[in-house]
Design a protein around this ligand. Structure first.
Ligand SMILES: NC(=O)c1ccc[n+]([C@@H]2O[C@H](COP(=O)([O-])OP(=O)(O)OC[C@H]3O[C@@H](n4cnc5c(N)ncnc54)[C@H](O)[C@@H]3O)[C@@H](O)[C@H]2O)c1
Length: 449
């Protein structure tokens, strides 16, 4: 594939719109299911690599998708591998093959169609590239890699192999996010001109502590060393180490900074970040990061503020807020944290309500003018609305459904590796900006494959 076919190429990458891709990013290689199974069934044969906490969540969603046969599990940890195999046995009635090493699995297993990779971030690129080179389709969790070069290698391997590679930015398939972008922001332009974005993932200090382990379930040191972990603490807490992960800004921020660029349809032109070890002083990664991305859109400039804080739950967890001249849409994977507010000065939305595009919020009516007004310029309170509803599925299921439908040749991927790279590339520059204490103006060298 020609790299310039995407919105970031080494020449002239800034400000190019995703509109040409339908902005839904429904791109992907053609389908790829083997011609037929020996037993004549059309089951998709799946292996899961890395059966930890996230693979367990993904498996619960995959159980709801018909036509999947779980053939193999690969995990270096006996405990994780056996637990995963038991879950699969309970679901499909027989036990998948178990492996501790991906090379052995790929050399031994015949007839696989797809691999779900949910290992720690620093293993994503080697695992995904191996599977693509072996002719398999891959669903790999975000962040694509702990390094931008690792992510670049995944895009190249996908395009060279012609196989599918979906990256686990599951909001890209979330019906509420897709409805908000297609119907509200682009279709009916309810925000007016989006001028600012706010996003956060704030987690209480109690939820951000190091993960412990049962001494009876440790991994032998030679196995830890072979797979890049210096000890059990690092194995359990790989997210806090620089060589293994990008830290909170990539682990949590990736989900939401992805949405900024996806909804706006352009790449940012700069980032300015600040971070510190304000509480978890011994961690290699910043525990708190704040950053500002600047975008040039056809409507004008947009400034997007993002913070990931591991020492407070203030502000209600995680969400993205698109603030326009006529309305603000706050959206989150947690439906109850979402809201839509029309500015009092914007044209009324009766027509949108009558057409069923929005519902008036059941929230209490606007309060009467208060006696304690402090400024004559105070804004009138906005009016609350909500989505029509019917969007309830487990968070990861629609993205997995999209992947397996693409494997069957019945859909295009919502977030293939190239489009995931475009969204993730700016995130790799947040920590460098914070470490240098300087803004970074993006050039094609920063953002292109
Ligand atoms: N999309 C989302 O919302 C979301 C949420 C959580 C985690 N994630 C991602 O999922 C991935 C896994 O996160 P987690 O919380 O499950 O981590 P985890 O540490 O709980 O699980 C990782 C598993 O991989 C195994 N493993 C490590 N190295 C391996 C190797 N070389 N070969 C085979 N197995 C290996 C470990 O033994 C463990 O069972 C991460 O990339 C994370 O960013 C995504």
């Amino acid at each position: 594939m020609n790299p310039s076919s995407s919105f970031i190429s080494r020449r002239g990458f800034l400000g190019k719109s995703l509109a040409g891709t339908g902005a839904g990013l429904v791109l992907g290689a053609p389908s790829i299911l083997r011609a037929a199974n020996a037993d004549g069934s059309d089951k998709i044969h799946v292996a899961i690599v890395g059966f930890g906490k996230q693979a367990t969540v993904l498996f619960e969603s995959m159980k709801n998708i018909p036509g999947l046969h779980f053939q193999a599990v690969c995990d270096i940890w006996d405990y994780g591998r056996k637990a995963g195999m038991q879950k699969i046995r309970a679901h499909q009635g027989h036990t998948p093959k178990g492996y501790s090493d991906i090379d052995e699995m790929l050399a031994t297993e015949k007839g696989l169609d797809a691999v779900v990779v949910a290992t720690p971030d620093f293993w994503h690129s080697p695992h995904t590239v191996k599977c693509l080179e072996a002719g398999l389709n891959v669903y790999c969790e975000k962040m694509m890699s702990n390094t931008i070069d690792g992510a670049r290698a995944m895009v190249r391997a996908m395009e060279k192999s012609g196989k599918l590679c979906q990256i686990g930015h599951q909001r890209r398939s979330n019906p509420r996010y897709r409805y908000t972008m297609d119907k509200l922001i682009n279709g009916n332009k309810i925000c007016g001109q989006i001028v600012n974005i706010n996003g956060q993932w704030n987690r209480a200090v109690a939820s951000s502590q190091d993960i412990g382990f049962n001494p009876k379930l440790t991994i032998p040191q030679d196995v830890l060393t072979k797979y890049g972990f210096k000890d059990m603490h690092q194995f359990m807490n790989w997210r806090t180490y620089r060589d293994l992960s990008g830290g909170p800004i990539s682990d949590l921020g990736a989900h939401q900074i992805d949405i900024f660029g996806w909804f706006l349809g352009v790449a940012p032109k700069s980032v300015y970040a600040s971070g510190g070890n304000d509480y978890f002083k011994k961690r290699e990664h910043f525990d708190n990061v704040m950053c500002i991305f600047e975008y040039d859109t056809p409507q004008g400039g947009v400034r997007a503020f993002y913070q990931v804080l591991t020492t407070t739950s203030a502000g209600g967890g995680f969400w993205e807020s698109f603030m326009g001249t006529e309305a603000t849409i706050k959206i989150s994977e947690i439906a109850s944290a979402s809201s839509i507010n029309r500015e009092d000065s914007a044209p009324p939305w009766d027509d949108l309500v009558n057409r069923g595009i929005l519902k008036r919020s059941a929230a209490p009516p606007k309060p009467p003018p208060s006696a304690d007004v402090v400024a004559s310029y105070e804004s009138a309170p906005p009016e609350g609305f909500e989505l029509p509803g019917g969007f309830n599925k487990p968070a990861h299921q629609p993205h997995l459904e999209n992947f397996f439908a693409a494997v069957r040749g019945k859909a295009k991927l919502n977030c293939d590796a190239r489009h995931a790279f475009e969204s993730e590339a700016p995130i790799y520059w947040v920590n460098p900006s914070a470490l240098r204490g300087q803004p970074i103006q993006f050039t094609s060298e920063h953002l292109s494959v």
